[in-house]
Design a protein around this ligand. Sequence first.
Ligand code: TXA
Ligand code: MG
Length: 317
Amino acid sequence: METRALDATDPDNRSLAIEEAARLLLAGELVAFPTETVYGLGASALDERAIARVFEVKGRPLDNPLIVHVADIAAIASVALVDERVERLAAAFMPGPLTLVLPARDAVPASARGGLATVAVRIPDHPVALELLRAAGPLVGPSANVSGRPSPTRAAHVIDDLSGRIAAVLDGGPCRVGIESTVLDLSSGDARILRPGLVEPAAIEAVLGAEVATAGGNDRRSPGTRYRHYAPTAAVRLVLAEQPPVIAPGARIVLTTRRHLDRFNGVFVRLLTEERLYALLRDADDAGIEEIVIYAEPGELAPGLLDRVTRAAGAEH
Ligand code: TXA
Ligand code: MG
């Protein structure tokens, strides 16, 4: 199959591109679509066969559940049981990079839930995604990478990983946030963060008026966080220290925050932000870089970025 590029970045072509993507999805095809976080691998959330193909194309373990993307708050209630906490969080953060794990309605295929009684839902804050969801209905949308690779934040990343295996990629330009959504489990009494992201615990606590736990160890983590993630082919060394390390020149690159950019001599240095991280990891591989050194001071990186660079380095934290 030839993967078509549907260009929604050109205002003249945008509506046509979205209509065509919706048509393909409703016909049971897979179409990657842009969100504010990363590109998602879209399939109709009610189509068991299309969902099965999502797992196959990504090489994703079947027990790792998918996020159901919907266009509005009313649609959340059609796939999950909502309570007053959901309404408050939705008013504060949706559309946006926050995914809620809630008790699932029967309408959601068990395969999308990885066999769990819960379902993860979110409303992406991206005009192209929202228009697509209004036209095609709820979509499952894991990140549109091959499992284990860095998530795609540009349409070209999707093509690199999945060309020939999906019907189309809807190009909405680079993703603004760049790391995946915060996953918050509300399926039991206490609220718990399963995956850190741009929406941080303190902001959620302020809205809920209750403490939010962060999953540690292997208890009640998102099934997906058990697997190695965000990993380029190059070795990744994470240095969190008061002083920057001395880096020998060679096939190396340093990723660091703005205030340390000029503290490295004789090596390639790139600015590290959430928005740029995955593109930098992929570019390093394309350029044949052997080692990526990521440097920041302790406490300097926000929780979502710290989580992703820690995983890219293959370490737990
Ligand atoms: O920003 C994002 O969330 C992106 C964009 C495309 O929306 N999507 C994304 O999907 O990152 P994915 O499939 O790569 O990651 C979903 C995460 C996984 O860690 C998965 O285990 C977890 O959410 N998850 C999904 N359903 C769950 C459930 N019912 N209970 C616990 N964790 C769940
Ligand atoms: Mg993923």
